[in-house]
Design a protein around this ligand. Structure first.
Ligand SMILES: Cc1cc2nc3c(=O)[nH]c(=O)nc-3n(C[C@H](O)[C@H](O)[C@H](O)COP(=O)(O)OP(=O)(O)OC[C@H]3O[C@@H](n4cnc5c(N)ncnc54)[C@H](O)[C@@H]3O)c2cc1C
Length: 420
């Protein structure tokens, strides 16, 4: 059965869905008002990790105790604006509840693993067909600790990763030094997740997939989707600021802007923007061979084609609030501490900053599946911290849903109706 599907949004998730829908024989129109993979998209400036193992939600038992700290330190690893608290509160309550017990965390881990388990392999395959195989690297990723004791304090999370099948190698100080000679010597223990990978240029990758979709027959409409015309339980058109586009299927992949479109399809989804920053250093004097996450500072450093990218952390603030570039400077400085050979006073011309908006649900799971109002509308949004990694499997299952064939993974955990 071939359908005319409108894919709303050309971030990595929308681009991936478009490519897979075309492969499944559907006719595809992509509605995207901005540059695909441009700065507005979370898909452009992320840290590039193709995680198989990022299965532990950020909310865990005891997280509620940390919320006063989030409110009092605007430059901490997680920050929350006082003025935004009333609006964020319903989301925060669900967020805390989602991680209230280790049993719930384990359920989330199990579901996320089904999306991530072979992410590097799926990305390598699609990058090959899009003509950009060199953008995908398979060196694994490193989580670095100041001591083995610090690692032991994270034991529960690592045990849960092991329970869902993640494997890794532990490196002592010497092994870590041999692998990453540029890293600050205060890090003396590491976990090397060899099964993970990374993308060397997420913006370029998104653009390559978008171009691949166009080359495979998709059309691009430069417009903002404003709603859906649904009559007698069937989708008739996607409405946009440039007119209506007839369609018999739609994929909602508008990242952090997806909630109003889901509402038009019968589902109220609590989607909040977890903002994050990166600092990118041109021609760095030192850089990791393998992407690194410093587990104390909660920052990630990835050597990208365009320089050393340091980023992470979470700012819970209104979607369109002005960026707080002091946070980006904090991230930069944490990166300088990771690699002592980087000069303390960097020429400002060598550093670029970016603010990104993670599309986050409170339980850490994306919404993928049919809309309540009609099975002609398929959701593919809310991927939070793992959208690049999970986009490949999401593309597969969205194409299966469009074709009305059984998806290759259990879909119940991703059903938007879980928030009713
Ligand atoms: C600092 C940071 C680091 C991260 N690191 C990683 C990482 O290492 N690995 C990982 O897997 N994930 C990471 N993420 C998360 C990841 O970037 C996101 O989950 C992912 O990019 C979301 O992709 P998306 O396509 O859903 O949304 P986006 O990339 O935001 O794309 C949405 C697109 O929809 C368009 N759009 C919006 N509204 C409309 C509309 N009404 N009509 C039509 N189009 C519309 C937008 O213009 C945009 O192009 C990180 C995120 C941040 C912020």
């Amino acid at each position: 059965m071939s359908r005319h599907a409108v894919v709303v949004g050309a971030g990595i998730v929308g681009a991936m869905c478009a490519v897979h829908a075309l492969r499944a024989g559907h006719d595809v129109t992509i509605v995207e008002p901005a540059e695909p993979g441009g700065d507005q998209a979370a898909s452009s400036g992320n840290l590039g990790w193709l995680s198989t193992h990022s299965v532990i939600p950020t909310a865990q038992p005891g997280t509620w105790k940390k919320i006063p700290g989030y409110l009092s330190d605007p430059l901490g690893p997680v920050s929350l604006e006082w003025t935004y608290l009333p609006r964020a509160l319903p989301w925060l309550v669900r967020y805390v509840a989602g991680g209230a017990t280790w049993a719930r965390v384990a359920g989330t881990a199990h579901a996320l693993r089904s999306l991530l388990v072979d992410a590097p392999q799926l990305h390598a395959e699609i990058a090959q067909s899009a003509g950009v195989p060199a953008l995908i690297a398979r060196t694994g990723v490193l989580h670095v600790y100041r001591s083995r004791d610090a690692f032991a304090r994270d034991a529960m999370a690592w045990r849960m990763r092991r329970d869902v099948g993640v494997s890794w190698r532990e490196l002592d100080a010497d092994a870590l030094r041999r692998r990453e000679p540029a890293l600050d010597e205060r890090y003396t223990f590491a976990v090397h997740v060899e099964e993970a990978g990374h993308c060397r240029d997420p913006a370029r990758y998104t653009q390559a997939l978008f171009a691949h979709a166009l080359g495979s027959g998709a059309r691009h409409v430069q417009a903002r989707a404003t709603g859906l015309r649904i009559e007698s339980g069937r989708l008739r058109a996607v409405t946009t600021d440039a007119g209506d586009f007839d369609a018999d299927a739609a994929v909602i992949a508008a990242g952090s802007r997806s909630a109003p479109l889901a509402k038009a399809a019968g589902d109220r989804v609590p989607l909040l923007t977890e903002r994050g920053y990166h600092a990118s250093i041109d021609a760095p004097e030192a850089s990791p061979d393998t992407p690194i996450m410093a587990m104390d500072a909660k920052v990630v450093a990835t050597a990208m084609n365009g320089g050393l990218r340091i980023g992470g952390q979470v700012e819970i603030a209104p979607h369109d609030a002005a960026p707080n570039w002091r946070r980006a400077a904090v991230v930069r400085d944490l990166g300088l501490e990771l690699f002592p050979a980087l000069p303390r006073k960097l020429d400002p011309g060598r550093v670029r900053y970016w603010l990104g908006r993670r599309p986050s649900t409170p339980d850490g799971l994306p919404c993928i599946g049919y809309a309540s109002a009609t099975r002609d509308v398929v959701y593919a949004f809310g991927h939070g911290h793992v959208g690049l990694s999970a986009s490949a499997r999401t593309g597969h299952v969205v194409a299966q849903l469009l074709s009305c064939v059984a998806p290759e993974i259990p879909m119940a955990p991703f059903d938007a109706r879980r928030f009713r």
